[in-house]
Structures are given as C-alpha cells and as structure tokens.
Design a protein around this ligand. Structure first.
Ligand code: LIP
Length: 266
C-alpha cells in the first residue's frame, strides 16, 4: 500500500479516535489505573480509545503489527507496525487542559525507534481540530498547509519546549538541568504533550524541543512531522532519537542545543 494510502488510514482513524476521546472528556474522565508512578495515570478513555484504534486498523490491515501505549505489542506478518498513543498528554486530558493529542504512526521494521523507518503518521489535537500529517519524503502538513520549521534563530533567541518524567527523582534532575539552560535561551515552554511539542517545532511555534524518557508512541508520528518540515530530529552524538534523548530543531540550532545539552544533560 503506497504511503498516501497508509497516511489516509492513519488520519481517518486518528480523527475518529479523537472524536471518541473528546466525547469521553466531556462526559467526565475516570482514572483506570496508575502505571510507573502515582502520577502516571491511565484513564478509561485511554483504554477505550486505543481499543477503537486497534480494531479499525486491524479491520483495514489485518497483517500489520500494533504497538500501543496501553495494550502493548501485537506482532504482524506484513513488516509494518502501527505505533499508537491513544491520548498523548494524559495528565492534561485528566485535568481538562485543552492540549492533548491522538498519535498514530506506521513504521517499517521492528517497532524500535533506533531502527524503524517511519512511513506515515498523523497527530490530531481534537480540541483545536488541528490535524498534522506526514509521510516519508512526502512532506508535513497541518490540514492542507505544508509545514516548514521557523527561520534559524540563535540559541539566545530560541523558544524551547521540553517535558519531564513521571519519576520524581528524574524530574528533579531534569528541573535542575532546565534551570541551567533557561538563561541561555529566550524562554522554556512545557506544554505536556510530546507529540504536539514536536508538531510545534514543525509549525515554528517552538524553535526547538528536547526531552528524555519518551516512549516510542510519544514521538513516532510527530518526529516524522517535524523531520518532514525540515527539522533535525536526533538523539545525542548522532544516535537516533529514542527514550535516551530526543532533540528536534532546525539544523543550526540543533547543533547549538546539542552542545549545551550534551554537557549538561540530566
Ligand atoms: C507524556 C508526554 C510528555 C511527557 C510526559 C508524558 P503521556 O505522555 O507527552 O511530553 O513530558 O511525561 O510522557 O504519558 O501523556 O502519553
């Protein structure tokens, strides 16, 4: 199936899933369980939305694999795997903060960000109606508008996004690190949704973004959006972006940020 057909499927499923998640948000959100820490929650809507996504994708492409935040991994025979975060920005969603997303990507090869090739992806913000899409070598779009990263900015003029761990000790270290970085940049933003942070780099609403500890589903789709909009998306020292580290920015700023981050990364 050519990338554009995969992209259409990702977008259609993401939009339908986003409508379900938005309905559940309006009806009231219930915590289903806690995961890695007392502040790392999964809601009933996370589980219901991922179940819907898994069903729709399996109906359309029964031989593909699936890796979801809530339900884990199911292998396939096609060589393609759908990497899904049904509600990215779960804490925002729980608190009713209107900044969360549905993220769906399809990758070729093992569902490992160190080795996969992302073919197509969609990130939707059901609250604003924004639909970000990208395909490998096909460009990145917000609706029908093609995206391009912001004009190069110096580190001191850059608005940088980041996020923090659900683990209190790691969060403390990350906070100390951000305190050291803060005087070197224009300002820092912590919006709470990695996929939308990466799409913000693609739209120029952020000059750059970095985070440690992201899960594959947090960035699978949005890293492709950012990359296809002209950003460098990488780990440290030329490694692929992964849970170890993810940095996204136009090339010149990415180099400047990496120099600072590599010396100080928590
Ligand atoms: C979230 C990310 C966010 C990060 C949070 C959390 P979730 O994903 O989108 O950038 O800082 O710690 O990982 O848990 O809402 O799917």
């Amino acid at each position: 199936m050519p990338h554009d057909a995969l992209l259409t499927l990702a977008r259609d499923v993401a939009v339908e899933a986003g409508e379900l998640a938005a309905r559940r948000r309006a009806e009231g959100v219930e915590i289903a369980d806690h995961k890695s820490s007392p502040v790392d929650v999964v809601t009933l809507a996370d589980r219901e939305t991922e179940h819907l996504i898994r069903e729709l994708l399996a109906d359309a492409r029964p031989n593909d694999g699936f890796l979801g935040e809530e339900g884990g991994e199911a292998g396939g025979s096609s060589g393609l795997t759908w990497v899904v975060d049904p509600i990215d920005g779960t804490v925002n969603y729980l608190y009713g903060i209107p900044h969360w997303a549905v993220s769906i990507a399809v990758v070729e090869g093992d569902p490992d960000p160190l080795t996969w090739r992302a073919l197509a992806g969609c990130v939707t913000n059901p609250v604003t109606g924004e639909i970000y899409t990208a395909s490998d070598a096909g460009g990145a779009f917000s609706g029908n508008q093609q995206l391009r990263v912001a004009e190069p900015a110096s580190l001191a003029q850059s608005l940088i996004g980041t996020g923090f761990s659900y683990d209190a000790i790691v969060r403390g270290e990350q906070g100390e690190f951000v305190a050291r970085l803060l005087p070197l940049v224009r300002d820092i933003r912590r919006f709470g949704t990695a996929s939308l942070d990466l799409c913000a780099v693609a739209t120029g609403r952020l000059n750059g973004y970095f985070e440690r500890g992201l899960k594959p589903w947090d960035h699978a789709a949005a890293a492709l959006v950012a990359r296809e909009a002209g950003a460098v998306v990488t780990g440290l020292g030329g490694a692929p972006a992964s849970a170890e580290f993810l940095l996204a920015a136009p090339a010149e700023l990415a180099s400047a940020l990496e120099r600072e981050l590599a010396n100080r990364v928590a």
